[in-house]
Design a protein around this ligand. Structure first.
Ligand code: DAH
Length: 347
């Protein structure tokens, strides 16, 4: 009997050693201790064992059961460890230095922003900053943008609920609403309120409008604003500066032209077009790039400057539009998708 049991355990040990997965384990286990298992069959024979031999045979069977149980437990443990390893993947040594991802690169919008600021610094402009959350005064009223102007409509602009507070952004009047600035022109007002002329600033930053996203529109985009205030500033100075910056950024063959337009904060006002057919993907002769004009006397009055003494020009333009022209990008959405295949091209 003992020999039969030993042989059974040895056979089981060999079989369980090659078991790799749970279904196989269950099937093998059933062959020994299942209702029709080999050990079960031997136990059923206990009835036919002579009475005096029963305690000894019973002990042998119990020992065999225990040895089988050890085998079962070890096999199951081995299978569970294998399953866990499969989930965890290859072993990681956290003490190793991380793989070198290579140097980071600048986003194309950052590249154009920095290049424009560099070009403008060369001719005396300093970089000014303003908040992305604005109040109606800085974004509209002080810029002579009347209450019935479409930019002031809920349809076009992101307003905050009346109860929203921004402790770091002072309001001019208690009743005015906060909004996400629709243009960077608000920085003109904030800068002029800080001190007297002369002023020569460039202010790049985000602007927000309720635009539906498509290849050329985004609800969140970037602008670059310039303001120059001094004595005897003329349209000629404005045109000369625009010619200079576009030739510097896009190449000396770039031309600009003014088209009469209306902005509440400049008089006269123009839209600026540029011609740069040497650039990739530029098919049209003239491309609209921004707005500009001579600062309206009412704006000077709003910030406490004497319009009889001071003159100035201002302009604003979209940074995305500039970057798209410069790099031949045909969809504005590429800028915001963080796709490395796109971003790596500017490394
Ligand atoms: N703020 C205008 C816009 O977002 C652009 C602009 C026009 C800015 C005329 C100016 C300006 O400074 O003088 O469309």
């Amino acid at each position: 009997m003992q020999e039969t049991l030993n042989a059974l355990v040895n056979k089981a040990a060999a079989e369980f050693a090659s078991v790799l997965a749970r279904p196989e384990f269950e099937a093998t286990k059933a062959r020994y201790v299942g209702p029709n298992g080999e050990l079960t069959a031997l136990m059923k024979h206990m009835g036919s064992v002579p009475k005096e031999q029963r305690p000894a045979v019973g002990r042998m069977i119990n020992e065999t059961k225990a040895r089988l149980q050890v085998l079962l437990d070890a096999t199951l443990e081995r299978i569970a460890a294998k399953e866990l390893n499969a989930q965890l993947g290859p072993a990681v040594d956290p003490t190793l230095p991380s793989p070198d991802p290579g140097p980071g690169t600048y986003h194309p919008l950052t590249l154009v922003r920095e290049e424009m600021c560099r070009i403008l610094r060369k001719v005396g402009f300093t970089v000014a900053d303003g908040p992305e959350v604005e109040t109606e005064f800085y974004c509209f009223d002080a810029l002579s943008t009347p209450a019935d102007h479409p930019a002031r409509d809920m349809q076009d602009t992101f307003y905050f609920p009346a109860t929203t507070r921004f402790g770091n952004i002072p309001k001019k009047t208690p009743g005015e609403k906060y909004l996400l600035r629709t243009h960077t022109s608000s920085v003109q007002i904030r800068t002029m309120l800080k001190g007297p002329p002369p002023i020569r600033i460039v202010s790049p930053g985000r602007a927000f409008r309720r635009d539906t996203t498509d290849a050329t529109h985004s609800a969140n985009f970037h602008q670059l604003e310039c303001l120059y205030v001094d004595r005897n500033v003329t349209v000629r100075d404005l045109k000369a500066l625009l010619d200079y910056i576009f030739a510097s950024l896009l190449g000396k063959d770039t031309k600009t032209r003014f088209r009469p337009h209306y902005f509440g904060y400049t008089e006269p006002s123009f839209e600026v077009d540029l011609s740069a057919q040497h650039l990739p993907k530029v098919r049209k002769e003239w491309i609209e790039i921004g707005g500009c004009g001579m600062v309206d006397p009412s704006v000077f009055t709003a910030v406490g400057y004497d319009p009889e003494i001071w003159t100035g020009y201002a302009f604003g333009m979209g940074l995305e539009r500039l970057a798209m022209l410069l790099y031949g990008i045909d969809d504005i959405r590429y800028f915001y998708q963080n796709d490395l295949r796109f971003l790596k091209q500017f490394a």
